[in-house]
Design a protein around this ligand. Structure first.
Ligand SMILES: NC(=O)c1ccc[n+]([C@@H]2O[C@H](COP(=O)([O-])OP(=O)(O)OC[C@H]3O[C@@H](n4cnc5c(N)ncnc54)[C@H](O)[C@@H]3O)[C@@H](O)[C@H]2O)c1
Length: 254
């Protein structure tokens, strides 16, 4: 089978670790050149040393000037931008009563405002090409609630609605926009205050032994990357504005 992203230019945010790094590796294996943005310089540099098809951009997604410069450089160097994966995100794990307005706004700036800004920067190039694939990374927190993630959950619900609205506005230009909503995935994000939340006795008992997650295990970043590959490729040709849930069945159970 020929590589599914041969010659494609893809921007992946949060590409230094976890789901973003898995998506970047999968895309490169399928022939894409990946522009990886992230906060963490060292991990990004390691990706660039390992893969010649990886260009690192160390930046904070809240810095709109840096985003503008990056997209402009990509455009100048590669002449096109085919794929945008809005993956980067973070959460404050805090009860609502302890969450400040600044934390709410910070979460929104990183998780959803940056998606808006990058779509604004990249979409005109995709319109010119009459081709593009945008994938926004949401979460199962957008459809079912657990304690202490009010700001994060709000951004993820917003991402679902934004994805649908964007899909409608960009459809006529050959740009397909979809979202992925992962459940519990084994990445550094699952480590909260030094505790791997996917390895606690409480997780084992409820999600694994009692099968609240029917597939009885956390997901791996590569399992999100497989779905991202489909949504970023030409094989995804009649699907837009959808939120694809990848959670081992977590949200289908009571
Ligand atoms: N891990 C999970 O269980 C899970 C579940 C559902 C959704 N998600 C979503 O998947 C995405 C990736 O999560 P992950 O688990 O790989 O997280 P992670 O913490 O392992 O990696 C996050 C990445 O985002 C980047 N990032 C964070 N803030 C940034 C900023 N201000 N500017 C630039 N880059 C920034 C980091 O540098 C890093 O590369 C996130 O949007 C997250 O909400 C994760």
């Amino acid at each position: 089978m020929s590589p599914r992203l041969q010659g494609r230019i893809a921007i992946v945010t949060g590409a230094s670790q976890g789901i973003g790094a898995a998506i970047a590796r999968r895309f490169m294996a399928e022939g894409a050149h990946v522009i990886g943005m992230a906060l963490a310089g060292e991990a990004l540099r390691q990706m660039a040393q390992t893969y010649c098809a990886f260009t690192p951009y160390e930046l904070d997604l809240q810095d709109h000037v840096a985003l503008t410069d990056c997209v402009e450089q990509v455009r100048q160097q590669h002449g096109r931008i085919d794929i945008l994966i809005n993956n980067a995100g973070f959460q404050y794990t805090l009860p609502f009563l302890d969450t400040t307005l600044e934390q709410w706004q910070h979460t929104h700036r990183v998780n959803i405002e940056a998606q808006f800004v990058l779509c604004k920067l990249v979409a005109p190039h995709m319109v010119e090409q009459q081709y593009g694939r945008i994938v926004n990374i949401s979460s199962t927190q957008s459809i079912a609630a657990e304690p202490a993630v009010s700001a994060y959950a709000a951004t993820k619900g917003g991402i679902n609605a934004f994805t649908r609205a964007l899909a409608v506005d960009l459809a006529e230009y050959g740009i397909l926009v979809n979202a992925l909503a992962p459940g519990a995935i084994a990445t550094p994000m699952a480590i909260i205050d030094g505790v791997d939340t996917l390895k606690t006795e409480a997780f084992e008992e409820w999600y694994v032994r009692q099968r609240k997650i029917p597939l009885a295990r956390p997901g791996q970043p590569e399992e999100i990357a497989s779905a991202a590959l489909f949504l970023a490729s030409e094989e995804c040709s009649y699907m837009t504005g959808q939120v694809l849930v990848i959670d081992g069945g977590l949200t289908i159970t009571f």
